[in-house]
Design a protein. Structure first.
Length: 229
């Protein structure tokens, strides 16, 4: 018997669990008893599973917000195990692996975080054809935790050159300090700045305003211009 359980109050995902039929179905017992037992199993299991996930999510979030990352990780490990029982619900698995990644880094479990990061990236690609640059950075930060700067740089380069990462401000975070003065990292920063046009002249454009007149950016040279798209 397959059951779809939706958790509207906790997260935008659904789980699918399976409960074996009672023995009466297989050994010729009374059909009414079989149906009755199935209904009891169905409602009990749905309520139990829903309550368990809500409880685990609540505890994990509560502990995480309080800075009790090890305790939060214990709860999230259980959620990851639950999510693995429903391979067709990939979004839920990705969310739980992402939460686990955060907690593994917070607790200094860098080797496990690295393995989790690879699993997260592989699973994310099953959901969307667009490969997330953020997963590359999670892997890079795991390598930084392990003091493997070469592989960390390789994954940062993958995020920027292959997956079009353009958040320049992220590289100002303290976690990237060990790479700050390395030529490869400096080159990556320059590539990001070039992509977003930082410190470069704005590209000229002309648009028609509501009153019918034209506006050209180049005509505003020497003026302060606020552009609101």
């Amino acid at each position: 018997m397959a059951m779809n359980i939706h958790f509207h109050e906790t997260a935008p995902f659904a789980l699918c669990f399976c409960q074996p039929r009672p023995k009466e179905v297989f050994y010729g017992g009374k059909m009414k008893k079989s149906i009755f037992l199935c209904l009891i199993y169905f409602f009990f299991f749905c309520a139990h599973a829903q309550d368990e996930v809500r409880m685990l999510l609540h505890r994990a979030n509560e502990c995480s917000q309080a800075g009790k990352y090890s305790e939060a990780l214990t709860q999230v490990r259980k959620l990851v195990a639950i999510s693995s029982q429903s391979p067709e619900k990939l979004e839920f698995q990705v969310e739980m692996l992402d939460f686990q990644q955060y907690l593994l880094m917070k607790t200094g479990a860098f080797q496990e975080a690295l393995e989790n990061g690879f699993a997260l990236d592989a699973l994310s690609q099953k959901i969307s054809t667009r490969r997330s640059p953020w997963n590359c950075l999670k892997i890079a930060e795991s390598y930084l935790g392990l003091k493997d700067h070469g592989n960390a740089l390789a994954w940062i380069e993958k995020a920027v050159y292959e997956r079009d990462f353009i958040r320049r401000d992220i590289f100002d975070l303290k976690v990237y300090d060990p790479l700050r003065n390395t030529p490869r990292f400096i080159k990556v920063i320059a590539a990001v700045e070039n992509k977003i046009g930082l410190n470069l002249p704005a590209k000229d454009f002309t648009v028609q305003l509501l009153d019918g007149t034209s506006f050209s950016l180049s005509a505003q040279l020497g003026k302060v211009v606020l552009l609101d798209f």
